[in-house]
Design a binder for this molecule. Structure first.
Ligand SMILES: [Fe+2]
Length: 358
Protein backbone atom coordinates (compact mmCIF):
# COMPACT_ATOMS: atom_id res chain seq x y z
CA UNK A 1 0.00 0.00 0.00
CA UNK A 2 2.66 2.53 1.04
CA UNK A 3 4.78 2.73 -2.07
CA UNK A 4 6.81 5.53 -0.54
CA UNK A 5 7.37 6.34 3.09
CA UNK A 6 5.87 9.66 4.24
CA UNK A 7 8.17 12.64 4.51
CA UNK A 8 7.61 15.15 7.32
CA UNK A 9 8.46 18.68 6.15
CA UNK A 10 8.90 21.52 8.66
CA UNK A 11 7.06 24.66 7.51
CA UNK A 12 6.25 27.50 9.92
CA UNK A 13 4.15 26.19 12.79
CA UNK A 14 3.20 23.04 10.86
CA UNK A 15 4.57 19.82 9.59
CA UNK A 16 3.44 19.03 6.06
CA UNK A 17 3.42 15.29 5.54
CA UNK A 18 3.82 14.22 1.90
CA UNK A 19 3.26 10.63 0.82
CA UNK A 20 2.15 8.61 -2.18
CA UNK A 21 -0.95 6.49 -2.74
CA UNK A 22 -0.84 3.87 -5.45
CA UNK A 23 -4.56 3.67 -6.19
CA UNK A 24 -7.77 5.62 -5.62
CA UNK A 25 -8.01 6.19 -1.90
CA UNK A 26 -8.92 8.67 0.78
CA UNK A 27 -6.12 9.55 3.19
CA UNK A 28 -5.80 10.97 6.67
CA UNK A 29 -3.21 11.41 9.42
CA UNK A 30 -4.16 10.54 13.00
CA UNK A 31 -2.21 12.09 15.88
CA UNK A 32 -3.18 11.69 19.50
CA UNK A 33 -6.86 11.09 18.76
CA UNK A 34 -7.15 13.95 16.26
CA UNK A 35 -7.59 13.28 12.55
CA UNK A 36 -6.40 15.44 9.66
CA UNK A 37 -8.06 14.63 6.35
CA UNK A 38 -6.60 15.13 2.90
CA UNK A 39 -9.40 17.26 1.54
CA UNK A 40 -10.07 20.44 -0.43
CA UNK A 41 -12.84 22.77 0.80
CA UNK A 42 -14.53 19.81 2.47
CA UNK A 43 -14.12 17.40 -0.45
CA UNK A 44 -11.87 14.38 0.15
CA UNK A 45 -9.13 13.80 -2.40
CA UNK A 46 -9.04 10.29 -3.84
CA UNK A 47 -6.84 10.38 -6.96
CA UNK A 48 -3.77 8.16 -6.88
CA UNK A 49 -0.46 9.99 -6.60
CA UNK A 50 1.28 12.37 -4.21
CA UNK A 51 -0.67 13.74 -1.26
CA UNK A 52 0.05 16.41 1.32
CA UNK A 53 -1.53 16.80 4.77
CA UNK A 54 -0.62 19.59 7.22
CA UNK A 55 -0.60 18.97 10.97
CA UNK A 56 0.20 21.30 13.90
CA UNK A 57 3.90 21.26 14.79
CA UNK A 58 3.48 21.19 18.55
CA UNK A 59 0.90 18.38 18.39
CA UNK A 60 3.16 16.03 16.42
CA UNK A 61 6.21 16.94 18.50
CA UNK A 62 4.27 16.31 21.71
CA UNK A 63 2.83 12.96 20.59
CA UNK A 64 5.99 11.66 18.95
CA UNK A 65 4.07 9.48 16.52
CA UNK A 66 1.52 9.66 13.74
CA UNK A 67 -0.64 7.16 11.91
CA UNK A 68 -1.20 7.28 8.16
CA UNK A 69 -4.67 5.97 7.30
CA UNK A 70 -5.41 4.98 3.69
CA UNK A 71 -8.97 4.09 2.73
CA UNK A 72 -9.07 2.39 -0.65
CA UNK A 73 -12.24 3.11 -2.58
CA UNK A 74 -14.08 1.49 -5.43
CA UNK A 75 -14.70 3.86 -8.33
CA UNK A 76 -15.25 7.44 -7.14
CA UNK A 77 -18.92 7.90 -7.89
CA UNK A 78 -21.22 10.91 -7.83
CA UNK A 79 -23.52 8.80 -5.68
CA UNK A 80 -22.47 6.02 -3.32
CA UNK A 81 -18.64 5.79 -3.40
CA UNK A 82 -17.66 2.73 -1.35
CA UNK A 83 -14.60 2.21 0.85
CA UNK A 84 -13.30 -1.30 0.18
CA UNK A 85 -10.29 -1.55 2.47
CA UNK A 86 -8.63 0.57 5.16
CA UNK A 87 -4.92 0.32 5.92
CA UNK A 88 -3.17 2.00 8.84
CA UNK A 89 0.51 2.41 9.52
CA UNK A 90 2.06 4.07 12.57
CA UNK A 91 5.30 6.07 12.37
CA UNK A 92 7.42 7.09 15.33
CA UNK A 93 8.51 10.74 15.00
CA UNK A 94 11.57 12.15 16.73
CA UNK A 95 11.50 15.97 16.87
CA UNK A 96 14.62 18.05 17.29
CA UNK A 97 15.12 18.61 21.03
CA UNK A 98 16.11 21.94 22.56
CA UNK A 99 19.35 21.82 24.50
CA UNK A 100 20.93 18.85 22.73
CA UNK A 101 23.69 18.76 20.15
CA UNK A 102 21.84 18.58 16.84
CA UNK A 103 23.14 16.96 13.66
CA UNK A 104 21.69 17.80 10.26
CA UNK A 105 22.57 16.88 6.72
CA UNK A 106 22.11 19.06 3.64
CA UNK A 107 21.73 17.45 0.23
CA UNK A 108 21.15 19.23 -3.06
CA UNK A 109 22.07 19.33 -6.74
CA UNK A 110 21.38 15.62 -7.12
CA UNK A 111 19.75 16.25 -10.52
CA UNK A 112 17.92 12.94 -10.34
CA UNK A 113 20.70 10.89 -8.74
CA UNK A 114 18.90 9.50 -5.70
CA UNK A 115 21.54 6.87 -4.88
CA UNK A 116 24.46 9.33 -4.63
CA UNK A 117 22.43 11.74 -2.52
CA UNK A 118 21.64 8.94 -0.08
CA UNK A 119 25.23 7.68 0.00
CA UNK A 120 26.71 11.12 0.72
CA UNK A 121 24.37 11.45 3.70
CA UNK A 122 25.26 7.97 4.92
CA UNK A 123 28.92 9.02 4.94
CA UNK A 124 28.01 11.64 7.56
CA UNK A 125 26.14 9.10 9.68
CA UNK A 126 23.07 9.60 11.85
CA UNK A 127 21.40 12.99 11.92
CA UNK A 128 18.37 14.69 13.47
CA UNK A 129 16.96 16.51 10.46
CA UNK A 130 17.54 16.74 6.73
CA UNK A 131 17.79 19.79 4.46
CA UNK A 132 16.85 19.13 0.83
CA UNK A 133 18.25 22.15 -0.95
CA UNK A 134 17.04 22.21 -4.53
CA UNK A 135 17.87 20.93 -8.02
CA UNK A 136 16.81 17.50 -6.88
CA UNK A 137 15.27 16.55 -10.23
CA UNK A 138 17.05 17.85 -13.31
CA UNK A 139 13.82 19.19 -14.76
CA UNK A 140 10.12 19.05 -14.06
CA UNK A 141 8.44 18.18 -17.30
CA UNK A 142 6.36 15.54 -15.50
CA UNK A 143 4.67 15.61 -12.10
CA UNK A 144 6.58 12.47 -11.11
CA UNK A 145 9.84 14.49 -11.21
CA UNK A 146 8.76 16.02 -7.90
CA UNK A 147 8.88 12.55 -6.35
CA UNK A 148 12.69 12.60 -6.50
CA UNK A 149 13.05 14.87 -3.47
CA UNK A 150 10.51 12.85 -1.49
CA UNK A 151 12.22 9.60 -2.42
CA UNK A 152 15.61 10.84 -1.20
CA UNK A 153 14.05 12.23 1.97
CA UNK A 154 12.03 9.05 2.59
CA UNK A 155 15.11 6.84 2.25
CA UNK A 156 17.12 9.04 4.62
CA UNK A 157 14.49 9.81 7.24
CA UNK A 158 11.97 6.96 7.11
CA UNK A 159 9.28 9.51 8.02
CA UNK A 160 10.79 9.61 11.53
CA UNK A 161 12.61 12.97 11.58
CA UNK A 162 11.89 16.41 10.07
CA UNK A 163 12.94 17.63 6.64
CA UNK A 164 13.44 21.20 5.42
CA UNK A 165 12.82 21.76 1.71
CA UNK A 166 14.13 24.63 -0.41
CA UNK A 167 13.24 24.82 -4.09
CA UNK A 168 16.12 25.08 -6.54
CA UNK A 169 16.11 26.57 -10.02
CA UNK A 170 15.76 23.28 -11.90
CA UNK A 171 12.43 22.62 -10.18
CA UNK A 172 11.15 25.58 -12.22
CA UNK A 173 11.90 24.02 -15.58
CA UNK A 174 9.44 22.04 -17.70
CA UNK A 175 5.74 21.72 -18.35
CA UNK A 176 4.91 20.32 -14.89
CA UNK A 177 6.69 23.15 -13.01
CA UNK A 178 3.45 25.13 -12.87
CA UNK A 179 1.86 22.19 -11.02
CA UNK A 180 4.56 21.97 -8.33
CA UNK A 181 2.43 23.51 -5.68
CA UNK A 182 0.43 20.35 -5.02
CA UNK A 183 3.61 18.34 -4.61
CA UNK A 184 6.03 20.32 -2.45
CA UNK A 185 5.79 21.92 0.99
CA UNK A 186 4.53 25.52 0.99
CA UNK A 187 3.56 28.22 3.48
CA UNK A 188 0.59 30.33 2.36
CA UNK A 189 1.17 28.99 -1.14
CA UNK A 190 4.78 30.16 -1.22
CA UNK A 191 8.14 28.41 -1.32
CA UNK A 192 9.68 30.86 1.19
CA UNK A 193 8.96 30.57 4.89
CA UNK A 194 10.41 30.31 8.36
CA UNK A 195 10.71 27.06 10.30
CA UNK A 196 11.52 26.02 13.83
CA UNK A 197 13.19 22.77 14.88
CA UNK A 198 14.03 22.62 18.58
CA UNK A 199 16.64 25.31 19.29
CA UNK A 200 17.08 26.03 15.57
CA UNK A 201 15.18 28.75 13.76
CA UNK A 202 15.49 28.92 9.99
CA UNK A 203 14.51 31.06 7.04
CA UNK A 204 14.01 29.44 3.63
CA UNK A 205 14.36 31.79 0.66
CA UNK A 206 13.72 31.03 -3.01
CA UNK A 207 15.80 32.94 -5.57
CA UNK A 208 13.96 31.26 -8.45
CA UNK A 209 16.10 31.05 -11.57
CA UNK A 210 19.76 31.95 -11.89
CA UNK A 211 19.52 34.33 -14.86
CA UNK A 212 17.33 37.32 -15.70
CA UNK A 213 13.68 36.53 -16.42
CA UNK A 214 14.08 37.64 -20.02
CA UNK A 215 16.83 35.13 -20.80
CA UNK A 216 15.89 33.21 -23.98
CA UNK A 217 16.39 29.88 -22.20
CA UNK A 218 13.19 30.51 -20.23
CA UNK A 219 11.04 31.51 -23.21
CA UNK A 220 9.10 34.02 -21.08
CA UNK A 221 8.02 31.25 -18.69
CA UNK A 222 9.18 32.89 -15.42
CA UNK A 223 8.58 36.08 -13.41
CA UNK A 224 11.09 35.79 -10.59
CA UNK A 225 11.98 39.48 -10.30
CA UNK A 226 8.62 40.25 -8.66
CA UNK A 227 8.80 37.02 -6.66
CA UNK A 228 12.15 38.06 -5.16
CA UNK A 229 10.82 41.53 -4.29
CA UNK A 230 7.90 39.83 -2.56
CA UNK A 231 10.41 38.01 -0.37
CA UNK A 232 12.04 41.29 0.65
CA UNK A 233 8.69 42.23 2.20
CA UNK A 234 8.44 38.80 3.77
CA UNK A 235 11.88 39.18 5.42
CA UNK A 236 10.81 42.59 6.75
CA UNK A 237 7.67 41.01 8.25
CA UNK A 238 9.78 38.31 9.88
CA UNK A 239 11.99 41.00 11.43
CA UNK A 240 8.93 42.91 12.64
CA UNK A 241 7.74 39.70 14.33
CA UNK A 242 11.16 38.77 15.71
CA UNK A 243 9.80 37.91 19.16
CA UNK A 244 7.76 35.08 17.66
CA UNK A 245 10.42 34.12 15.13
CA UNK A 246 14.18 34.18 15.67
CA UNK A 247 13.98 35.82 19.11
CA UNK A 248 11.40 33.33 20.39
CA UNK A 249 12.20 31.51 23.66
CA UNK A 250 14.55 28.57 23.17
CA UNK A 251 16.08 29.71 19.87
CA UNK A 252 19.85 29.20 20.03
CA UNK A 253 20.72 28.94 16.34
CA UNK A 254 19.51 30.94 13.35
CA UNK A 255 20.18 29.81 9.81
CA UNK A 256 19.13 30.70 6.27
CA UNK A 257 18.56 28.09 3.57
CA UNK A 258 18.67 29.23 -0.05
CA UNK A 259 19.49 27.04 -3.03
CA UNK A 260 21.26 29.87 -4.84
CA UNK A 261 23.98 31.60 -2.76
CA UNK A 262 22.61 35.10 -3.35
CA UNK A 263 25.47 36.78 -1.47
CA UNK A 264 28.01 35.31 -3.89
CA UNK A 265 29.35 36.95 -7.02
CA UNK A 266 28.66 34.82 -10.12
CA UNK A 267 29.85 34.81 -13.70
CA UNK A 268 28.48 37.72 -15.72
CA UNK A 269 25.28 36.10 -16.99
CA UNK A 270 24.36 34.96 -13.50
CA UNK A 271 25.14 38.17 -11.64
CA UNK A 272 21.60 39.44 -11.31
CA UNK A 273 19.23 41.22 -8.97
CA UNK A 274 21.79 43.57 -7.38
CA UNK A 275 19.25 45.74 -5.61
CA UNK A 276 17.09 42.96 -4.16
CA UNK A 277 19.88 40.63 -3.11
CA UNK A 278 21.87 43.46 -1.51
CA UNK A 279 18.71 44.39 0.41
CA UNK A 280 18.31 40.78 1.59
CA UNK A 281 21.92 40.83 2.78
CA UNK A 282 21.33 44.11 4.66
CA UNK A 283 18.17 42.76 6.30
CA UNK A 284 20.04 39.67 7.46
CA UNK A 285 22.16 41.92 9.69
CA UNK A 286 18.97 42.33 11.75
CA UNK A 287 18.35 38.59 11.97
CA UNK A 288 22.02 37.72 12.55
CA UNK A 289 22.03 34.14 11.23
CA UNK A 290 25.08 31.96 11.86
CA UNK A 291 25.19 30.69 8.29
CA UNK A 292 23.45 30.69 4.93
CA UNK A 293 23.30 27.13 3.57
CA UNK A 294 23.31 26.93 -0.22
CA UNK A 295 23.87 24.57 -3.12
CA UNK A 296 23.69 25.32 -6.89
CA UNK A 297 27.43 25.83 -7.52
CA UNK A 298 28.25 22.09 -7.59
CA UNK A 299 31.16 22.75 -5.29
CA UNK A 300 32.18 23.10 -1.64
CA UNK A 301 32.88 26.53 -0.27
CA UNK A 302 32.67 28.37 3.03
CA UNK A 303 32.51 31.97 1.89
CA UNK A 304 33.17 34.42 4.69
CA UNK A 305 32.52 38.16 4.67
CA UNK A 306 35.15 39.93 2.56
CA UNK A 307 36.11 36.79 0.62
CA UNK A 308 37.01 37.03 -3.07
CA UNK A 309 33.53 36.09 -4.31
CA UNK A 310 31.56 37.89 -1.60
CA UNK A 311 29.32 40.29 -3.55
CA UNK A 312 27.71 42.02 -0.59
CA UNK A 313 28.65 42.45 3.07
CA UNK A 314 26.93 39.73 5.09
CA UNK A 315 26.50 38.97 8.79
CA UNK A 316 27.58 35.34 8.40
CA UNK A 317 29.35 32.89 6.08
CA UNK A 318 27.62 31.25 3.14
CA UNK A 319 28.18 27.50 3.12
CA UNK A 320 27.92 26.03 -0.39
CA UNK A 321 27.85 22.35 0.37
CA UNK A 322 27.01 20.17 -2.62
CA UNK A 323 30.04 19.31 -4.74
CA UNK A 324 29.13 17.33 -7.84
CA UNK A 325 31.53 15.56 -10.20
CA UNK A 326 31.15 12.75 -12.75
CA UNK A 327 31.80 10.07 -10.15
CA UNK A 328 30.41 11.50 -6.93
CA UNK A 329 27.97 13.84 -5.23
CA UNK A 330 28.73 15.54 -1.93
CA UNK A 331 26.64 17.12 0.77
CA UNK A 332 27.15 18.95 4.04
CA UNK A 333 26.94 17.47 7.52
CA UNK A 334 26.07 20.21 10.02
CA UNK A 335 26.55 19.92 13.78
CA UNK A 336 24.86 22.50 15.99
CA UNK A 337 26.41 22.91 19.42
CA UNK A 338 26.00 25.57 22.10
CA UNK A 339 29.14 27.39 20.96
CA UNK A 340 28.58 27.24 17.22
CA UNK A 341 28.17 25.19 14.06
CA UNK A 342 30.63 22.72 12.54
CA UNK A 343 30.36 21.78 8.86
CA UNK A 344 31.69 18.58 7.30
CA UNK A 345 31.57 17.94 3.57
CA UNK A 346 30.95 14.27 2.81
CA UNK A 347 30.76 12.43 -0.49
CA UNK A 348 28.90 9.50 -2.02
CA UNK A 349 32.31 7.77 -2.20
CA UNK A 350 32.51 7.62 1.59
CA UNK A 351 35.00 10.46 2.01
CA UNK A 352 34.92 13.39 4.44
CA UNK A 353 36.56 16.23 2.56
CA UNK A 354 36.61 18.94 5.20
CA UNK A 355 35.51 19.61 8.76
CA UNK A 356 35.42 23.24 9.88
CA UNK A 357 33.84 25.31 12.59
CA UNK A 358 32.08 28.38 11.21
FE1 LIG B 1 20.81 25.27 -9.16
Amino acid sequence: MFSTTPVVYAVGDEYQIIFYVRRQAYAKIRIGGREFDDCVCGVMRSAKGMRKISVPRTLLEGCGEYTLVIQNILTRAAYGTKIIKTTEKKFIFRPVIIGETVRAFMTGDSHGDIESAVKSAETFGKFDFLIVNGDIPNKCDKVCNFETAHNIAAKLTGGRIPVVFAKGNHENRGAAAELMFDYIPLKNGKTYYAFRLGSIWGLVLDCGEDKEDNHPEYGSSVRFHAFRQEQTEFIRKVIADAENEYNAPGVEHRIVVSHIPFIRDMNKLFTIEEETYSEWAKLLFEIKPEAIFSAHMHTYEIMRDGAKHARFPAPCPTVVGTERRDDYLGGAGITFEKDGITVQFTTSKGETVLSEKI
